[in-house]
Design a protein around this ligand. Sequence first.
Ligand SMILES: [Zn+2]
Ligand SMILES: [Zn+2]
Length: 232
Amino acid sequence: MKETICTIPINDIFNEVGGCPICRMRDLIEKQYVEYITGAAMMAPNIRVITNEKGFCHHHYEMMLSSGPKLSNALLMQTRLQFIQDKMMPKGSAKPSKAQLDNIKNARSSCYVCDRIEFDINHLLRTFFVQFAEDPNFRELLKKQEYICLNHYELLHRGAVAKGGIKSKDMKAFCEITNALCRNYLDTLYGDVTHFTTMFDYRNAGGDWKNSKDSVERSVKFLTSKDVEEIK
Ligand SMILES: [Zn+2]
Ligand SMILES: [Zn+2]
């Protein structure tokens, strides 16, 4: 893939506290790409070739439609539809080929922004591992995080054992910190959700909900890395 447009200093992300730091990283990258794609990238033919081919997922179309200029969205859509006309749709009574059906399947799941996020997060994780090895202060910032969500726990640990990951002498410390960040929050959620369920017992009517009222929504975020829209 081409070089990143992402300009996020990793320390800025870890200086903040609240939620999962890798989710915050993802959100920043996502916002930059959504703005880029309906802005500067409109004039970049090489990017348009890729976005015509990959398109976007539902979530990212929604973000683009809510923040991008109407004409940019229409122009992006026009050439994306044209790509689908040319590559996937048979004409007249022709039977769709296996390749065309495979292309349709890919078209439904591919997303330029999702791919860029994945690429850039992996790129930033290289810096994360270097910081972890070299900067004791960075470890302290990591320890102070609220939690690491389940998806990003997996991502960090897959990265940690890959090339350029965590050095073997640091592995124990890395596991101790990241296990605590994921496990402690998981235990807290379990406690909160359990408390929430007991509040439906008539014997607890009028009792204290404690920190349980949004525990199911917080659990969804922990399990999926995505916020739940406010439930009315
Ligand atoms: Zn996360
Ligand atoms: Zn996407």
